[in-house]
Design a protein around this ligand. Structure first.
Ligand code: FES
Length: 180
């Protein structure tokens, strides 16, 4: 990385389920459109290289899509895990989400996960790996069409009961979810 530091403006984030130790004084949490804009003010003009697990790479590509960075300026090296999406085109429509039993509502873009949209709207959510593995963001899909990614964190019984992983689920229409 030292070699790249001279020519690349690298943005370093901790993206793991464990909490960073006290020695870390940088940004914490998931990448978001806002945090990318804050870290790299001229990101809209940058060439971006993504390297990491498939789910992370796909989520980052979606964020870059929201920043309107064309695919021709994004290089991606993804490995490990299951691809969270098919070859379907980028869905930039906005869809209403409703959470039961509270009745809280928010809007999610088709490129956003349910978890991202909920957190941005102040809906509290348990979360851990953000990669579809730990199952902590499990929530039941009551109604609506969704696209799902890695489901390693769900048992066969969970799937049969209609549970999805909020960190791996993107809306494809009006969606109702129940935290139960
Ligand atoms: S946060 Fe771990 S599966 Fe969603």
């Amino acid at each position: 990385m030292h070699r790249y530091d001279r020519s690349w403006r690298a943005c370093r984030w901790l993206r793991r389920s464990g909490a960073p130790d006290d020695a870390w004084h940088g940004a914490r949490g998931r990448l978001t459109v806002a945090s990318l804009r804050t870290a790299i003010a001229d990101i809209a003009r940058c060439h971006v290289r993504i390297c990491g697990p498939v789910a992370m790479a796909a989520a980052t590509q979606a964020l870059l899509g929201e920043l309107e960075i064309p695919p021709s300026r994004i290089a991606c090296e993804a490995f490990g895990g299951t691809s969270p999406t098919t070859d379907e085109p980028l869905d930039t429509n906005d869809y209403p989400l409703r959470f039961l039993p509270s009745g809280t509502t928010c809007v999610a873009r088709g490129t956003q996960t349910v978890l991202d949209a909920a957190l941005r709207s102040g809906v509290t959510f348990d979360q851990g790996c953000l990669a579809g593995v730990c199952g902590r963001c499990r929530i039941r899909l009551v109604e609506g069409e969704v696209a799902t990614g890695c489901e390693a964190g769900l048992s066969a019984a969970d799937k049969k009961a209609g549970y999805v992983l909020a960190c791996q689920t993107k809306p494809r229409g009006t969606v109702v979810l129940a935290d139960e």
